[in-house]
Design a binder for this molecule. Structure first.
Ligand code: UDX
Length: 437
């Protein structure tokens, strides 16, 4: 059993802290935000993530998971410190490392005996070295090893991804640190999860290379979808047949309104910026970024075409605000670009999402929000579906048609049957399937 502190109780820190306490270790999740810590101590989970609340409650009850706003003391008490603070995108595309640097200083000031300092946040390649330098400059004789242990958590499936990962990457320089990290992840060793041992820089690169590749895959299928529309092909069949080739795989070949979320947009920009800085540009990643931005705008153009060329004075129902299902996160979601275009063009927006409305209100306080899709579509001139929530998959199309002023639907996730829309007389469009005649 190890004594472990997570610094940062955001998405990564909370899921990681709860997950590692589930492995049997003593974990403290520490944060300088006293209010957040008080809420956590009171049993309130500040993010929506399936399975997280019960995992936290269980491990708090077992006495393995604690919360503290005393970051220095939590560092002093731990054998291993996981750094899990945010690395938001700065104005130049590069990640903003001020929170990471501030934690490194606090660690340097509070090193009392051998510790492992392990970064979980996604940080640009070379940051590990910088963190080590900061700690050394604060504490030249400090006894520590540095580890890069990137997370590969999907929002909405993060607990599962943490407890049953495809692989664990441990980047470090010493055998001692590899051994200690092996003890941290012992239950995964028993499950025969691949544990990849690398240098710090390689581990940092793996995270970016994986996320950028998935982003490329999505942008690629989105461009193929767009071309399918022009040549009269069906992207669903194209993607399915492509995916049956084991070298390609069927995953992440779903076309849509462009990827969003807290990772892909930020990480592709950061990797592209690292490429430029090192005079080794990543032209494919730069192209994926551009394709993704234009895909979001393309949805606005499609909707406008369906509605006869103008949004002015029209009412549009927006179904789905989250960047994907099973999350209330709206960061970089296609909904933001689309709603802002609609609002600027003089449309009335009637929005619904099962759980992301509160977060969306921070961006758009003045549009109309409803508690059900049935209410949101009432008297709408058109409806745009942006997130593949299950309740939209099973939508009663007769009811939808009855409630709307005119039956016009843009299904950006290709979840509604074209035949069913046609048989009910909808004017419709989608991404890369049969185009409206
Ligand atoms: C991603 C990575 O999957 C995860 O490993 C990493 O640690 C963080 O970034 P996440 O952002 O939570 O996770 O969501 P993900 O499920 O990967 O989806 C990202 C975006 O891509 C969503 O907007 C989703 O709708 C979109 N997407 C995904 C597609 O448009 N098509 C696909 O085929 C798959």
């Amino acid at each position: 059993m190890k004594k472990i502190t997570f610094v940062g109780t955001g998405y990564v820190g909370l899921v990681g802290g709860a997950g590692i306490s589930e492995f049997g270790h003593q974990v403290t999740c520490a944060d300088i935000d006293q209010n957040k810590i008080e809420r956590l101590k009171a049993g309130e989970i500040p993010i929506y993530e399936p399975g997280l609340e019960s995992l936290v409650k269980k491990n708090v009850a077992k006495g393995r998971l604690h919360f503290s706003h005393d970051v220095p003391k939590s560092i002093q008490n731990a054998d291993i410190i996981f750094v899990a603070v945010g690395t938001p995108q700065g104005s130049n595309g590069e990640a903003n490392l001020s929170a990471i640097e501030s934690v490194a200083k606090t660690i340097g000031e509070n090193l009392n005996g051998y510790k492992i300092i392990c970064t979980k946040s996604t940080v640009p390649i070379g940051t590990g070295k910088r963190i080590e330098e900061i700690i050394r400059s604060m504490n030249p004789n400090g006894d520590f090893d540095y580890v890069s242990n990137p997370e590969f958590l999907r929002e909405g499936a993060a607990v599962k991804d943490f407890l049953h990962p495809d692989r664990v990457v441990i980047g470090t320089r010493t055998q001692k640190a590899i051994k200690v990290m092996g003890e941290v992840y012992r239950p995964l060793y028993i499950n025969e999860t691949p544990i990849i041992s690398t240098t710090v820089e390689t581990a940092e690169m793996i995270k970016y290379a994986a996320n950028a590749f998935l982003s490329l895959k999505i942008s690629y299928i989105n461009e193929i979808a767009n071309l399918c529309e022009a040549v009269g092909a069906d992207v669903q069949d194209v993607a399915r047949a492509m995916g049956l080739d084991g070298r390609i795989s069927a995953k992440f070949l779903h076309p849509g309104p462009g990827y969003g979320g807290s990772c892909f947009p930020k990480d592709t920009h950061a990797l592209a910026a690292t490429g430029q800085k090192n005079r080794s540009p990543l032209l494919t990643v730069e192209a994926a970024i551009k394709t993704n931005a234009s895909q979001k705008v393309r949805m606005v153009d499609k909707l406008k075409r369906l509605m006869g060329g103008s949004f002015k004075g029209k009412t549009v129902a927006v179904l789905g605000l989250a960047f994907k299902p099973q999350t209330d996160d709206v960061r970089e979601a296609a909904s933001i670009v689309i709603v802002s275009n609609l609002a600027e063009s003089g449309a009335t927006v009637q929005a619904y999402d099962p759980i992301a409305i509160d977060n969306f209100k921070n961006h758009f306080p003045n549009i109309q929000y409803y508690d059900s899709w049935q209410d949101a579509v009432k008297n709408a001139d058109a409806c745009i579906l942006l997130t593949e929530w299950n309740e939209f998959r099973g939508m009663d199309l007769n009811k939808l048609k009855d409630l709307m002023k005119t039956p016009v639907l843009l299904d950006t996730k290709n979840i509604i049957s074209i035949q069913e829309l046609e048989s009910r007389g909808f004017t419709y469009d989608n991404v890369g399937r049969k185009s409206p005649s």
